[in-house]
Design a protein around this ligand. Structure first.
Ligand SMILES: Cc1cc2nc3c(=O)[nH]c(=O)nc-3n(C[C@H](O)[C@H](O)[C@H](O)COP(=O)(O)OP(=O)(O)OC[C@H]3O[C@@H](n4cnc5c(N)ncnc54)[C@H](O)[C@@H]3O)c2cc1C
Length: 419
């Protein structure tokens, strides 16, 4: 993972953002959060807004991993056909997923405005482009179910979505009116600054190596110091099993790759685009740059693990997709990869891992964390106060038998528990 002297390679990291200090003394707070991506940072903000004291420990930079290496899409409707989601999760589970997406977008838009975050947030709507008849039919079949659940999607002419030279590479186009985009690094660092103004203590370069529950308090270890709190929340997404081995069968690391071009003269639709079941995605920024990524379905077996180097195979596949849009060739400025935490049933784990020992989790976003994380963390604060949180009831980690079997609870994390 990166240190403050080596900013991550994503385009978003070309913005200058201030570094936070590493943990350099023992600290305590009501809640200790491990992980400074969108999950950890939005949780920290929500808690300080409610008057709780918070310490957040991040191993590298805030937004240094997936949260600062994504496409910046805020999409309520996931890429996979909705009918498939209903078959997998049931109607209630599928609808809850959409609602968390809508609420997250509303929440991020509200934060961007109320906190005056300079993050290029825009309400744009989004496009789904299909590559063949089968994919078009999959989306069309889902549309009545989506409409029924209050998430309208509309088929439009390809001519209303793409310039003429690119249309031949696609089969059909659909639009969703309510989606949006932002710059994830500027958003997250702005939110972090607002959290600090309210007294939140955020530390970078502070990897938690272990933690233990003792006398009703969690004691976390990082840089040889202790951060103590009555409640501990794991927001480390793909890395969660490294602290809680019981999660190993439930959350696995998957790589996603992207690139960005120089500013282009040719202008595309300003809406973010998902194509080929969401395995291909792009958007054009205000200055004409294209950011584009995905194509991991061309090498599923290779796109696993924690390695964040880009590969010629996936980058070449993205470039071929780029050539569909810009046939004359274009200079690429940045290439990068990020690690996502994929959950076994495609839904994040949000809630208590062990309520008796005040240990909670918000991880396993399966590639949708920017678009659904902030509503999850808002509801998680209700769970932390032992209130009902119906919005995330279908994401309860204890839906997995492996976690229910931890009968004695989880009282120590990671390898190091000595002080
Ligand atoms: C290429 C790519 C494109 C994507 N595009 C989109 C998109 O457009 N829209 C969308 O909704 N989602 C997208 N995603 C997914 C989204 O980025 C993630 O789901 C989301 O960022 C997850 O946030 P998080 O906070 O859970 O995890 P992360 O951002 O991974 O944060 C976890 C943090 O925990 C830290 N950590 C790990 N172990 C420790 C430890 N022991 N101690 C302290 N800290 C630790 C890590 O350093 C990391 O910063 C994309 C992902 C990728 C890779």
């Amino acid at each position: 993972m990166p240190t403050p002297s080596t900013p991550p390679p994503s385009y978003w990291w070309t913005s200058a953002v201030p570094a936070r200090p590493p943990l350099g003394a023992d600290v305590e707070a009501d809640v200790v959060i491990v992980g400074g991506g969108i999950a950890g940072t939005s949780l920290a903000w929500t808690l300080v807004e409610q008057g709780a004291s918070v310490v957040l420990l991040e191993a590298g930079r805030l937004a240094g991993e997936a949260s600062g290496r994504n496409a910046g899409f805020l999409l309520a409707i996931p890429a996979e056909p909705y009918a498939e989601r209903i078959a997998l999760w049931g109607r209630e589970g599928a609808r809850a997923f959409l609602q968390l997406g809508r609420r997250t977008h509303q929440r991020l838009a509200h934060m961007a405005q109320a906190l005056r975050l300079d993050c290029d947030y825009r309400l744009t709507g989004s496009l789904r482009l299909t590559r063949d008849e089968l994919e078009s039919e999959d989306i069309r079949e889902s549309m009545p179910e989506l409409r029924h659940d209050g998430f309208p999607m509309r088929e439009i002419a390809l001519a209303d979505a793409l310039p003429e030279h690119a249309r031949g590479h696609f089969h059909a186009a659909f639009e969703v009116p309510e989606d949006g985009v932002l710059d994830p690094v500027r958003f997250l660092h702005g939110l972090a600054a607002a959290t600090e103004e309210r007294g939140g203590q955020l530390f970078e370069d502070s990897r938690v190596t272990g933690a233990r529950w003792q006398d009703g308090v969690w004691e976390c270890h990082a840089n040889g110091y202790r951060a103590c709190g009555r409640t501990l929340v794991i927001c480390t997404n793909a890395w969660a099993p490294k602290l809680v081995p019981a999660l190993e069968p439930l959350i696995v690391p998957r790589r996603g790759q992207m690139l960005s071009t120089v500013p282009l003269d040719v202008r595309f639709d300003t809406r973010p685009v998902y194509a080929n079941y969401g395995y291909q995605y792009w958007r054009q920024l205000g200055d004409g740059r294209l950011v584009m990524g995905g194509w991991r379905n061309t090498a599923f077996d290779a796109e696993t693990g924690f390695d964040t180097n880009t590969t010629p195979g996936i980058q070449g596949a993205i470039e071929q997709g780029l050539a569909d849009l810009v046939p004359g060739g274009v200079t690429i400025e940045h290439r990068w990869a990020g690690t996502m935490g994929f959950a076994r049933d495609g839904r994040p784990l949000v809630g208590w891992l062990d309520a008796a020992h005040h240990l909670a989790i918000c991880a396993g976003f399966t590639g949708h964390g920017l678009g659904m994380g902030a509503a999850c963390t808002e509801d998680l604060t209700d769970v932390l106060s032992f209130k009902r949180a119906p919005g995330i009831s279908t994401l309860d980690p204890l839906r997995f038998g492996e976690l229910r079997q931890q009968r004695d609870g989880i009282v120590s994390l990671g390898a190091t528990t000595s002080s």
